[in-house]
Design a binder for this molecule. Sequence first.
Ligand code: PXP
Length: 251
Amino acid sequence: MSNANILLGVNIDHFATLRQARYREVGLDDPMVEPDPTALALLSEKAGGDGITVHPREDQRHIQREDVRRLRERIQTRLNMEMAATKDMLAFALEIKPESICVVPENREEVTTEGGLDVVGNFDRVKSIVEAATAAGIVTSLFIDPDSEQIAASAAVNAPCIELHTGAYANAYHGSGRAAEFERLVKGAEQAHGLDLIVNAGHGINYVNIAEVRTLPHLHELNIGHSIISRSVFYGIEEAVREMKALINGG
Ligand code: PXP
């Protein structure tokens, strides 16, 4: 089954990672501070990115809350804010009002998000976040592994969307487990679609594995960060986004 027009959310966190590696202690407006994630987000949109994704973390190791406020004011597409399932992050989301939030597990030690959200084990907490976001007009997505119980629980908490965690598939890409991981994603996408969930996917998607990832059924949007930011070092962010956008839709 081919997907009509899969959307691309550009995750710009790693531009902020680069900035924070040098300028942790300096205000964002100081002219020596670079790179500016907001300026790069605007270029990503210009190049065809359908939305901008950020993950303000509790430890503010990359995107700062002030970045999110600036993005909210300046981007023209959609802001998707990944967030831990905490009261503090929910309050911040309700202040910012991104078009969507994606609830992710958050472990302070990890370099990037490892493993999906346990919706089954945090049912009430996740449900209350979905309710609060929905009441504020924010679309909620849940970042989960392609696990049938997690998918069923995501529908049961009335989340409109899920983001299937493609990390295990991406890690298995060159190994013997790839076909099985891909099949798990296919089955997960089918199940979610059958439950009227919108199906997004993300994590570890790159310029090589996109050829297969894009064939997942019912795909609405892919959120991609590391590979695009890495490619932008050589080719610039506009070319990196344009190329990924073309590959996503079979170009
Ligand atoms: N989607 C979610 C929910 C994530 O947490 C991440 C990683 O921050 C991504 C997508 C993007 O992953 P990558 O940087 O590997 O493309």
